[in-house]
Design a binder for this molecule. Structure first.
Ligand SMILES: Cc1ncc(COP(=O)(O)O)c(C=O)c1O
Length: 360
């Protein structure tokens, strides 16, 4: 069983290359054995097999992506269902976001219908070989925090190039890998960073490779200091909350309103963010997408949580800024955070009615 985030790429991979105005699609079956045989392999043999699956000889090493970070990606998950199926959560939204990111980086956008069909086809091909998690009713006991899923990573990769250039004939690559139980880290503390993730007129709204350099540096620094997450503020005034390293952020204020920073060109429009807004409104919670200062958040929030494909809804017990710490809900997960997590995971694993048509 996979633990946490592993890179045990499933055997079927997918590439689409844009040439002469057309996307040429290719499903490739990489070296593999049965899942049971692979699990029984000695570690070195298994590593060799997985390395072979992570090898794409047709992709050039020197190009605009590896040299300049001119690439973008997506992250989405498929969830095993109680009825035996495996379903993707809102791949149509990831398709739209990838196309938007590609356009933003000067690439031809990957068509949304091709994206969705490729993802579903790849899911089926891998499932048919047995590469898929199987639903376990035991996951229901902890609201699916122990649930397994499949992580899909679609990404772009440019044609060869060494000078500064745009990718006019990119590849789009899909790989899928199992994600084991999400083990909650030792703490759920966050701290504010004074470093900048995105600025007005920049690429913060694009899920581009280059956007993750500062967030990774800052998150790793914060983790070494005992925090789970960093929170970025706006670049101009360093006053307004923007988002985490790879997650959006919400505050349930003491007045009962659920606030999340409004989208702008400095914030990544998360699909979990959008879904949580819908779920909260459906529960009768008043939501506000607006600018919120870190001071207001730290003094007025009763609950705080981050959203993203990885964890769904992850509560934040406290935020520290310049040596001052605000603790929310006595450091425990709040009622709204819990019901949003429960409902979202319930829909994803097929236990709560999918009334918004999110599962494919
Ligand atoms: C910078 C950033 N913000 C927010 C998110 C959350 O987005 P989503 O809910 O679509 O996973 C992510 C993760 O993809 C991210 O990388």
């Amino acid at each position: 069983m996979a633990k946490g985030f592993s890179l045990a790429i499933y055997p079927w991979t997918y590439t689409a290359k844009y040439t002469d105005g057309k996307w040429n699609e290719n499903f490739t079956l990489k070296p593999h054995k049965t899942p049971e045989e692979e699990a029984a392999l000695r570690e070195e043999e298994r590593d060799k097999l997985l390395e072979a699956r992570n090898s794409f000889p047709e992709l050039p090493l020197v190009n605009y992506t590896t040299q300049y970070g001119m690439g973008c990606f997506e992250g989405m998950k498929a969830y095993p269902q109680a009825d035996g199926n495996v379903k993707l959560f809102r791949p149509d939204e990831n398709a739209v976001r990838l196309a938007r990111s590609m356009k933003g980086l000067g690439m031809p956008p990957f068509p949304e219908d091709i994206f969705i069909n490729a993802a579903l086809e790849m899911l089926k091909k891998n499932s048919d070989l047995g590469f898929r998690p199987v639903y376990d009713a035991g996951w229901e006991k902890d609201d699916f925090l122990s649930g397994e899923s499949i992580y899909f990573r679609p990404f772009t990769y440019s044609e060869p190039g060494i000078g500064l250039g745009l990718s006019h004939e990119p590849w789009v690559v899909f790989i899928a890998t199992p994600v084991g139980a999400y083990f909650r880290p030792g703490n759920t503390k966050a701290r504010v960073t004074d470093k900048i993730r995105a600025f007005k007129g920049g690429t913060g709204w694009i899920k581009s490779d280059s956007n993750y350099v500062v967030p990774i540096l800052e998150k790793k620094k914060a983790e070494a200091e005992g925090y789970m997450e960093v929170i970025f503020l706006d670049a101009e005034e360093k006053k307004y909350v923007e988002e985490g390293s790879s997650c959006n952020i919400f505050f349930l204020l003491k007045n009962g309103k659920l606030v999340t920073p409004e989208l702008s060109d400095t914030i990544l429009p998360g699909i979990t963010r959008k879904s949580v807004l819908t779920l909260a409104q459906d529960m009768g919670v008043v939501t506000e997408e607006r600018r919120i200062t870190i001071d207001e958040a730290m003094s007025e929030a009763a609950e705080c949580f981050v959203t993203g494909t990885a964890a769904g809804v992850g509560y934040i017990e406290s935020i520290t800024k310049d040596g001052t710490t605000a603790v929310f809900n006595n450091g425990k997960m709040g009622d709204l955070s819990r019901s949003l997590l429960k409902t979202l995971k319930g829909i994803q694993y097929g236990k709560v009615e999918d009334k918004f048509g999110w599962m494919f």
